[in-house]
Ligand binder design. Structure first.
Ligand code: ADP
Ligand code: MG
Length: 374
């Protein structure tokens, strides 16, 4: 164990209350701190990616900028970091101009170790001006698959990251994290971000506590009603391909008296936020949702994830099903199969491609391609 390693462990205990690293964490932290090298880490949802950059951020001399695609994710992370005694802030479109100016002033005076920003911010004059005069030790790209046009969550403003890094007075360490990366996406992340001799880490995708099954059944509704009833004390996610399906399954379960909420992009922000919170805090332990729901959600006791329709790709499936059993307890991942779903997915994929082109021209705020698409 290196000197860095020991201090990293002490910080893990002091700030996060954990006694040991999860697989991969120690090596990644060591590569950043000891070897001062770029890092690309592909680790499944729940593997503990945040700590891989938060601990180095505490220990590096200057500031770490974390680029994150979702405002709600940033807010949650910043809240828990500050609660743990780590000074962090976020800068995104949820703040007023004067709040941003104030935050940047505080950042300049060295108040924060970690600053979360939406990728759109990297273009902003006030922000780059700040970055020029600050000591930036590391730039971290969370959900790094958003940089790839091959990936389904492509976010055009992620392409600005490299320009931002290159114009800094001193090149910081660049670390990139994602749960899902095919070879193409992985190559894209390395190339587009211009990672320099990065340490590449791919940690185990085996989740021993997850039981996968595919059910080919005639009546999905009856199956879902019975399953939810038989598991009435458990928390679960039911993914549907379309908003219409979400509404129908939600209404069916509501009529059955199930404490259930729904989530899709056709519902307004407030409604979605309430759904998400009711689910996370177990007031309503069952959620019916499109794949708009879930990125960055940290709910440990999800006992089942049922796909009412076929997911759009293996990566999607892994990410969505992987939200079950993050606490390590046995959990079920059930895929309900019907031939009709293949048609639905074909339609969605075609629609997505054209929608992407329109969005590519329009996106200029922090609002997010994801919510716009789903
Ligand atoms: P990811 O971003 O990879 O999906 P997170 O960073 O959100 O994962 O972490 C998932 C969960 O694992 C969190 O609840 C986090 O507190 C917990 N965790 C992270 N590192 C450790 C560790 N070394 N020991 C125990 N729990 C950990
Ligand atoms: Mg994460």
């Amino acid at each position: 164990m290196t000197e860095f390693g020991n201090t990293a462990l002490a910080n893990l205990k002091q700030y996060f209350g954990y006694d040991s690293f999860k697989p991969g964490q120690g090596k990644i932290i060591n590569t950043i701190l000891d070897e001062k090298r770029d890092v690309l880490a592909i680790m499944p949802t729940g593997a503990g990616k945040s700590i891989c950059y938060q601990i180095p951020a505490i220990m590096l001399p200057g500031i770490t900028i974390v680029i994150s695609p979702l405002i709600s994710l940033m807010q949650d992370q910043v809240k828990s970091l500050n609660a743990a005694g780590i000074h962090a802030a976020y800068i995104n479109s949820s703040l007023t101009d004067s709040q941003i100016t104030k935050a940047l002033e505080m950042a300049k005076s060295g108040t924060y170790k970690i600053i979360y920003v939406a990728p759109e911010r990297l273009d902003n004059w006030e922000f780059t001006n700040f970055a020029d005069s600050a000591e930036i030790s590391m730039v971290t790209v969370d959900e790094a698959h958003c940089i790839s046009q091959w990936g389904q969550d492509f976010r055009p403003s992620y392409l600005n990251i490299v320009k931002f890094v290159e114009r800094l007075p001193k090149r910081p360490i660049v670390s990139a994290f994602t749960a899902t990366a095919t070879e193409e996406v992985k190559r894209d992340i390395e190339c587009v971000l211009k990672l320099q001799n990065p340490g590449v880490f791919v940690t185990g995708f085996d989740r021993e506590n997850l039981y996968f099954s595919v059910e080919h059944i005639k009546n999905k509704d009856d199956y879902i009603r019975k399953y939810v009833k038989d598991h009435s004390n458990e928390s679960g996610i039911i993914y549907c391909a379309t908003r219409k399906n979400v509404d129908a399954v939600f209404e069916m379960l509501t009529l059955d008296g199930v404490p259930v909420v729904r989530y899709h992009a056709g519902l307004d922000n407030e409604y979605r936020k309430n759904s998400q919170n009711d689910f996370i805090f177990d007031r309503k332990p069952v959620i019916v949702a499109t794949n708009a729901f879930g990125m960055g959600i940290d709910k440990s006791n999800v006992r089942y994830v049922i796909h009412y329709n076929m997911p759009q790709s293996m990566e999607n499936y892994y990410q969505e099903a992987g939200r079950a059993g993050r606490d390590g307890e046995n959990s079920q991942c059930i895929l309900l199969f019907s031939a009709q779903d293949i048609m639905i997915n074909k339609f969605l994929l075609e629609k997505r491609i054209s929608a992407r082109w329109i969005l590519r021209m329009k996106i200029s705020s922090d609002s997010g391609i994801l919510s716009a698409l789903r």
